[in-house]
Each structure stands twice: as structure tokens, then as C-alpha cells.
Design a protein around this ligand. Structure first.
Ligand code: SAH
Length: 227
């Protein structure tokens, strides 16, 4: 995709991703081609390829490029997967997933963000996706199971419905789990009735809202109907 940000994007891939251990060639290639600057508000466009999260409206943020790449790499996508994304936000990560998997179902809580992401994604020609507005903490039972699930907002505990919507043999999920202030990225792999959980990188995401997310008055996991 020829555009004036191509050099900034290549530099981002080399300095922020490859040098920090992102090694999946398909992920690096997708990050080299998706025009991140088109997904952020015009006021912060010139920071699109810098090593930081950016605001996207409705109090939400687009994660820094490294975290997006890391989470997608943790899903080990080969190209044939049905993916569920919770937290469409700007639609940037959705575009990357569309390039890396067969079909992407993405759920966003705020209609305005979903509408904006939808317009940009269709202008860029992505067709292998469905955007839904609603509470992603409950997943999308009608379309389940999913080979891969990626959650871009912090959950107080692993939401039970998402766990059960993973493909039985080798389904995987990446999700930040912890308190409002501080979480760890977890990778969950399912084999039938066994869910293996690996805790990795320390991260800080905006809170997941909705039934299995954080509630306005609480900080703790114990008042949510968790796993
Ligand atoms: N992946 C996004 C990052 C979005 S930030 C990007 O590339 O821009 C996290 C997003 O999760 C926000 O847009 C927020 O509105 C959304 N979110 C939070 N709780 C949600 C829920 N229960 N269901 C769906 N979306 C949710």
C-alpha cells in the first residue's frame, strides 16, 4: 500500500516489533501494510507509528503497536481461522486480523466507535468481517465456536461465555486479566474440557464493561459472575 507513512511503518516494524521479539512473518507483514494512521483521529495522526497508545474517542485507546503485534502473534494464526475480537475500537486490530485469518467477528460496546471502524474498514476494502454492537463480555454464542478469541479490554476474570465459545480442539484466547490498574496477558488454549492458562506480559488496558467486565462501583473480581 503506497502512502506517505510507509517509511514510518517500516521503521515501526523494525524498531518496535522485530527488535523486541515479534517473529511471526505474517504478523510483521500485516503490520507493515495496514495503514494505522487512518484508524486514529486526525489530531494524533502524526503519532500513529510511535511507540505508545493513542486516544480514539469515547475515553478509549488504541494499544501501542508492540502490544497489538504481541497479542496477535500469541494467537498463532495460519489463515483459516474464525476469529472473535472483543473491543473493535478504532478497527485497526480488526484490519490486521482480517489479513491474517479467514473471518473476523468483532464486537464493540460503543455504537459510534463501531460505526467509524465499519466505515474505514469498508473504505479500505476489507470484506471478511462482521461488526456487532453489544456486550462482548458475553461473546457471540450464535457464531461460536471460534478458533481464536482476542479481547482488547481488561477483564477482572476470564469470562465464562468466552471460554465456552472456544473451539474444543486447539481453540485459543488472548485476554488481559487483573485489576483495573494492572493486568497480565493470558493465553488460554483449549483441548476438550481442559483449558491451559499461561500468564505472560504485564499490561494496562482500558476496562472491559458489560456483564462479565468491571462494574462502575467496584474494582474487584468478586462481584462479577465470572468463570
Ligand atoms: N483493538 C482496538 C482497541 C480498542 S480499546 C483498536 O485496535 O483500536 C478497547 C475497546 O473495547 C474499546 O473500544 C471499548 O469500547 C471496548 N469494550 C469495552 N468493553 C466492551 C464490551 N463489553 N463489549 C465490547 N466492547 C467493549
Amino acid at each position: 500500500m503506497g502512502d506517505s507513512f510507509e517509511i514510518a511503518r517500516s521503521r515501526m516494524v523494525a524498531m518496535q516489533l522485530a527488535m523486541r521479539g515479534i517473529h511471526d512473518a505474517r504478523v510483521l507483514e500485516a503490520m507493515r501494510t495496514v495503514p494505522r494512521h487512518l484508524f486514529v483521529p486526525p489530531a494524533v495522526r502524526h503519532y500513529a507509528y510511535t511507540d505508545q497508545p493513542l486516544t480514539i474517542g469515547e475515553g478509549q485507546t488504541i494499544s501501542q503497536p508492540y502490544i497489538v503485534a504481541l497479542m496477535i502473534q500469541m494467537l498463532s494464526l495460519q489463515g483459516h481461522e474464525h476469529v472473535l475480537e472483543i473491543g473493535t475500537g478504532s478497527g485497526y486490530q480488526t484490519a490486521l486480523l482480517c489479513q491474517l485469518a479467514r473471518h473476523v467477528y468483532t464486537l464493540e460496546y460503543y455504537p459510534r466507535l463501531a460505526g467509524r471502524a465499519d466505515r474505514i474498514l469498508s473504505r479500505l476494502g476489507y470484506e471478511n468481517l462482521d461488526i456487532h454492537v453489544g456486550d462482548g463480555s458475553q461473546g457471540l454464542p450464535d457464531m461460536a465456536p471460534f478458533d481464536a478469541i482476542i479481547v482488547s479490554a481488561a477483564a477482572p476474570a476470564l469470562p465464562g461465555p468466552l471460554r465456552s465459545q472456544m473451539t474444543e480442539t486447539g481453540g485459543r484466547m488472548v485476554i488481559p486479566v487483573g485489576s483495573r490498574q494492572d493486568q497480565h496477558l493470558e493465553r488460554i488454549t483449549r483441548q476438550h474440557n481442559t483449558w491451559q492458562i499461561e500468564q505472560t506480559e504485564r499490561v494496562r488496558f482500558v476496562p472491559l464493561v458489560g456483564r462479565y467486565g468491571f462494574h462502575a462501583s467496584s474494582d474487584a473480581a468478586d462481584d462479577v459472575a465470572g468463570v
